[in-house]
Design a protein around this ligand. Structure first.
Ligand code: FMN
Length: 259
């Protein structure tokens, strides 16, 4: 059986852990952004400046990503002709039809291997690259994400994860393509949330949309079959009637569980 130690905590446990100074933050400003973000369904005609869009997309790409493989894409639909089509493929929702801008967050589980190779080539070009990083992208990610030709590794991975898992904590997923899709959507959704918060911080509004025809959207964007549309996000400035009522959340006890 392959012997793999995913993480080595011995060093971290044994060393004296000194605090590391983190940059100062403004918690009040952060909560103001989080609390004032609403899904806006009707926008005014005020255009969104290009630098705002670019800063928000850059902020999106600062989201954490699984294994730092960054299997996300942001498709900013700029041509009027395509924008009109996209709004139609978003089922003609007012949030899409009245949007000043629309971006589509796309999960690319199919790109894990090329991104992994890209990461390796960057690390190999850097003489100071930590050996651990080279080992991670040279071995570990390949064990975790490889499916093999025609998915041939899947039964072996399942068996290996299951047998190893009897004795010790073992990663169980992703084994099949559905789990790879979930894996990529998780990472991409985090980027989408960063984007929406950045848009709000810039004084604009947004609406996430998964009410769309994913097949048509993929064809519009020239995406392959295995790409997944995580969500489209429209952007603009909220108009009267654009916020559908006060914000509503269930009691937090339904969602927050302490163990
Ligand atoms: C993944 C996802 C998909 C969504 N899809 C749509 C959509 O297609 N149309 C829409 O009007 N709102 C959509 N929403 C917005 C939700 O309805 C909204 O977030 C929820 O009602 C809470 O309101 P708030 O965002 O203003 O806090 C979506 C939200 C998420 C997270």
């Amino acid at each position: 059986m392959v012997k793999v130690k995913v993480f080595d905590s011995t060093e971290a446990r044994s060393s004296k852990r000194k605090p590391l100074e983190a940059p100062k933050t403004d918690a009040a400003a952060f909560y103001e952004v989080v609390e004032s973000r609403r899904s806006v369904r009707v926008y005014t005609d005020e255009p969104v400046p290009e630098p705002v869009m670019r800063r928000a997309m850059d902020a999106a790409l600062l989201a954490p990503s699984s294994s730092n493989l960054q299997v996300w894409e942001i498709h900013w639909v700029r041509s009027n002709e395509k924008k009109e089509k996209l709004a139609k493929y978003c089922l003609g929702q007012p949030a899409a039809v009245t949007a000043q801008e629309i971006v589509v967050f796309v999960a690319r589980p199919d790109r894990w291997k090329t991104n992994n190779e890209h990461m390796l080539s960057i690390l190999k070009a850097n003489p100071d690259a930590p050996a651990k990083a080279l080992q991670y992208f040279g071995t570990i990610t390949k064990l975790i994400y490889s499916q093999g030709p025609f998915g041939m590794f899947r039964p072996f991975k399942y068996l290996w994860f299951s047998l190893r898992g009897i004795q010790k904590p073992t990663p169980r997923e992703p084994i099949h393509l559905g789990q790879m899709a979930t894996w990529a959507h998780k990472t991409t959704a985090l980027a989408a949330e960063n984007f929406m918060l950045a848009v709000r911080a810039e004084g604009f509004d947004s609406c996430p949309m998964e009410g769309l025809d994913s097949k048509r959207v993929k064809s519009l964007l020239g995406l392959p079959r295995r790409a997944g549309i995580t969500m489209a996000v429209s952007v603009g400035k909220r108009a009267e009637g654009g916020v559908y009522g006060p914000r509503f959340r269930f009691d937090s006890k339904r969602a927050i569980h302490e163990h």
